[in-house]
Structure formats: structure tokens, C-alpha cells
Design a protein around this ligand. Structure first.
Ligand code: SAH
Ligand code: SF4
Ligand code: F3S
Length: 474
């Protein structure tokens, strides 16, 4: 039994991080454990967590379990959770109600919880007290231990909690079951050391650890060989890539080398404005296969609030960076994240946020009401803003964001743009869906045979969050 500890999670050690290439093993007797049995994994949260979900599925398949998309019928249920805001928690605890009910009907079902919520001390205590029906909990640092944890559940028939607060080494040999045959997520770093005052991620994901560029490039080369069209390089703060490594090899070098593999499309998330260098902008502008799409979280337009958030940039320096990006990268689309109702945010502060939105006219934005996270500095800051005011600000912000999103899309009317067709459209089964290089969602009239191809599409109809189009040629 290993329970997470908030104070431990806060610490940053100078201990060297090792790269381990044979840490993940499935013992011979566990390889057949899941024969004839099924699993269901439900993932919440960011792309990194989605990608962890892909690893978890592959590990379960290494033990011969088969994926099933109906939770009610599965032999193993695993919730891969997110802790970023209160509502993420609520969703998971809501879902756990269904799991509990199912376990009452079918006691042989094995149910577990992993991901960022598992890293939270308060959550694990709650699970131990109120959710005894959960069979196991493991964290973000020990996904590779899933086979032995599962085996312990079966052998001991007691609740297994195995969560480490100190991040471990980089483990390179974890298998992956990718959700798509055409686009892939590739981790380039783990953890985050920025400690923005509102954010739980540095506690749930540990200190920043960059993967070796050789390992990243080997993975991308392998994807190219297997016909993948697109990679998205993943990290909480990708622009800081390499700063924790001894050699002088930074994000701009990695972007350039990934572009040179010849993969058709390179994307990356998320960029912290603080570490965005001119060299990076130059590389993005120079390579046609690095997509002209930048997600650049603003969080707030008020320099006073940004300081309280610990973001280390001001409204002015953010605007200067965004304008530089727009000037140097032709047709670049720009999206952002914004938090309203940070403790003590005044109407004036909020107006500063609106003024940035008005100036940059984002292609789209994810907007959130500040949610206090236990253990973070902002959670104990005095907050005199009522929930009503916060909700009203969110609505005003969303109205503006939607207006600019629609305007940005309207520029595409009748244009011919490249789209990577990745799936059948959710809205209309006779259409395919995909994204433009600028990350616009398009539903396309096209034949199934073009799935997985980048095709030219004429945009025929514009909506706020998507467009319709017809394929004109390949
Ligand atoms: N690493 C990214 C952000 C990852 S979290 C970055 O630094 O930009 C995704 C978004 O969730 C954040 O950009 C922020 O807007 C939002 N978020 C994080 N913590 C939050 C909190 N406590 N309350 C509300 N929104 C939050
Ligand atoms: Fe959270 Fe800030 Fe790190 Fe992003 S950079 S994950 S917001 S602490
Ligand atoms: Fe959520 Fe963890 Fe990602 S808190 S946003 S799943 S890093």
C-alpha cells in the first residue's frame, strides 16, 4: 500500500532522471491472465491523459484482455481520471456510482481508478473511506506496474492502492494501442515545474522530465514507416523541452528534426508563452509540415492577475508574442485557454481579458471558471468574487469568443484547404471528418477510400465550431 502525499508531490529534487528501456515487463504467468475476459477504460482530461489511456489499453492487451465499449459488460473497468477542475472530479465520482451499482450485481468485476485524481491525497483518502468497492488505485508514475497490481488484486482480494508522489524515471518500453491509424500522440516530456498558483498538474505529474530526442525521433520515424500522417508532440509546457537535459538541444531543434522525418503534419501542445523563443517561431514558419496552429494559453489579460497566477508574463509581452507569431507564420490560427474569476479578479481585470480577446480575435478558446484545487496557493487566496459574477463573466467572455470563432471560420467560405480525413463524421454517417492544417474541424463529402489521406476540400458551409465541405481532388 502506497498513499500519495501532497508535501512529497510539491518537492523538486535534483536527483538525476534515468531512462529505462526494460522496466516494463509482464511475467510469463500473467500473459494469459485476461484470456476470454474484457476490459473497459474511460479516460478524462487532456491529450496526455488520453495517451496514457492508449498505454494502459496496450498493457491490458499484453495480458490478453480484450477491449469492449460497454462498461456494463466488462470484466475490468478502469477510470483514467483528471483533476484539473472540480467538475472533472464530480464527473468521476458520479460515474463511480454506476461502477458501485455494477459491482453489487456482478461482484467478480474488477474496478480501478488511475490518472491525476489518483495522485491526490484527498481523493485517495476518500476512496479508502467511502469507495471500498474499488479494487485498485494507481498513479501517473507507475502505469507500467499495472500487471502486478492487477495480479495482487486477484490474489489478495483486498483493495490495492499504489500511488507514488515522487515521479520516477522515464520508462521507454511501455506499449501503446493508438486510437488512430493516421495521427499519433508522442510524449516529449513529462511533468511540469511552472507551478502556476491555480494548477494541480505539477503535483499530479511530478517534475519536468524531457525524453531523449533520439527516442522521440525513433518513435516518429517508426510512425512514418507505419503510414502515420500526423504527430502531436505532447507536454504540459513543450516550449521548455530540453531545459532539464544536459545537452544543448531545445524545442526548436526537436521541431526541426521531427519535421525532417518527413511526417506530413507536425503539431505540438501546450505552449507556455514564457518559453516561446524566436528560434521556435522561425522553425515553425520555415517548415511547411509544421502546422500553422498555435495554442497559446492566456489565462488572464490582466497583468496584475497574471502575476498572482505566477504566469511570469504580462499582458503586453503576451500581446507582443502573439503578434510576432501572426506576422511570421502566415495564416496561423491562434487558440487559447482563459480562466475567469481568479481570486480577487475585478471588473477592470476582466475587461483587460476582453481587450486581449478583442485585439487577437482568437480562432477559438477554452474558457473556465477558476476552480480551487486543494494544496495549490490560489486555493487559499482571499476570494471576494461571487459565483454569480464569475458565471456572468464567463458568459460575456464566451459570447465574444464565439463571435470571433465564427468570424475566423467565415474567412474559409469557398476556400480550398487541405484536410486530413480521419474518421466518419459523428453528425452525418455519409460524410467523413478531419481537420485543416489550422485545426478547423471539417465535415467532408468524400468517399470512404480517402480515409487517412490529406485531401483538398472546398468549404461550402460555415458554423461556429465546424465547417462543411466537398472534396475537390486528392
Ligand atoms: N500546461 C498548460 C495548461 C494545462 S491545463 C498551460 O500551461 O497552458 C489546461 C487549462 O486548464 C489551463 O490552461 C487553464 O486555463 C485551465 N485550468 C488549470 N487549472 C485550473 C483551475 N484550477 N481552475 C480553472 N481552470 C484551470
Ligand atoms: Fe499548470 Fe502552469 Fe504547468 Fe500549465 S504551465 S500545467 S497551467 S502549472
Ligand atoms: Fe487533467 Fe492531469 Fe491532464 S489534471 S488536464 S489529466 S495532466
Amino acid at each position: 500500500m502506497q498513499i500519495p502525499n501532497l508535501l512529497e508531490a510539491k518537492k523538486r529534487s535534483n536527483q538525476e532522471v534515468f531512462v529505462k528501456t526494460n522496466e516494463y515487463i509482464v511475467k510469463e504467468d500473467l500473459k494469459k491472465l485476461g484470456l476470454g475476459k474484457t476490459y473497459f477504460v474511460k479516460t478524462y482530461g487532456c491529450q496526455m491523459n488520453e495517451h496514457d489511456g492508449e498505454n494502459i489499453k496496450a498493457i491490458l492487451e499484453d495480458m490478453s484482455f480484450t477491449e469492449i465499449d460497454d462498461m456494463e459488460k466488462a470484466d475490468i473497468i478502469l477510470l483514467n481520471t483528471c483533476a484539473i477542475r472540480e467538475n472533472a472530479h464530480n464527473k468521476v465520482f458520479g460515474y463511480l456510482g454506476r461502477v458501485k451499482h455494477l459491482k453489487e450485481e456482478r461482484p467478480d468485476v474488477i474496478a480501478g481508478l488511475c490518472g491525476c485524481m489518483a495522485q491526490e491525497e484527498v481523493v485517495v483518502h476518500e476512496i479508502m473511506q467511502k469507495h471500498q468497492y474499488l479494487d485498485f488505485v494507481f498513479g501517473t508514475h507507475n502505469i507500467h506496474e499495472l500487471p502486478s497490481i492487477l495480479n495482487n488484486v486477484i490474489e489478495t482480494k483486498s483493495q490495492q492502492i499504489q500511488v507514488y508522489s515522487k515521479e520516477g524515471d522515464i520508462i521507454e518500453n511501455i506499449p501503446v494501442k493508438r486510437a488512430s491509424k493516421y495521427k499519433a500522440w508522442v510524449n516529449i516530456m513529462y511533468g511540469c515545474d511552472k507551478f502556476c498558483t491555480y494548477c494541480i498538474v505539477p503535483y499530479t505529474r511530478g517534475k519536468q522530465r524531457s525524453r531523449k530526442h533520439e527516442d522521440i525521433l525513433a518513435e516518429v520515424n517508426c510512425l512514418v514507416k507505419n503510414g502515420y500522417q500526423e504527430v502531436t508532440l505532447l507536454g504540459q509546457n513543450v516550449n521548455a523541452y530540453g531545459k532539464d537535459l544536459k545537452e544543448d538541444y531545445k524545442m526548436e531543434n526537436l521541431l526541426e528534426d521531427v519535421a525532417k522525418t518527413g511526417i506530413k503534419r507536425v503539431r505540438f501542445v501546450t505552449s507556455h508563452p514564457w518559453d516561446f523563443t524566436d528560434e521556435m517561431i522561425d522553425v515553425i514558419a520555415r517548415y511547411h509540415n509544421i502546422m500553422p496552429y498555435i495554442h497559446l494559453p492566456l489565462q488572464s489579460g490582466s497583468s496584475r492577475i497574471l502575476k498572482l497566477m505566477g504566469r511570469k508574463y504580462s499582458k503586453e509581452s503576451y500581446l507582443a508574442l502573439a503578434h510576432k507569431i501572426k506576422e511570421k507564420i502566415p495564416n496561423c490560427s491562434l487558440t487559447t485557454d482563459i480562466i475567469v474569476g481568479f481570486p480577487g479578479e475585478t471588473e477592470q481585470d476582466f475587461q483587460e481579458t476582453l481587450s486581449v480577446v478583442n485585439e487577437l480575435k482568437y480562432d477559438s478558446a477554452f474558457t473556465f471558471i477558476f476552480s480551487p484545487r486543494v494544496g495549490t496557493p490560489a486555493a487559499s487566496m482571499e476570494d471576494n468574487v461571487s459565483l454569480e459574477t464569475k458565471e456572468e463573466r464567463l458568459q460575456r467572455l464566451n459570447q465574444l469568443v464565439n463571435q470571433y470563432a465564427l468570424e475566423a471560420n467565415q474567412k474559409y467560405q469557398d476556400q480550398i484547404v487541405p484536410v486530413l480525413l480521419e474518421d466518419v463524421s459523428e453528425k452525418n454517417e455519409t460524410m467523413l471528418m478531419g481537420y485543416t492544417d489550422t485545426m478547423k474541424l471539417v465535415n467532408v463529402k468524400a468517399d470512404l477510400q480517402y480515409l487517412g489521406s490529406i485531401v483538398n476540400v472546398k468549404i461550402t458551409d460555415i458554423k461556429t465550431w465546424s465547417m462543411d465541405g466537398e472534396m475537390v481532388d486528392k
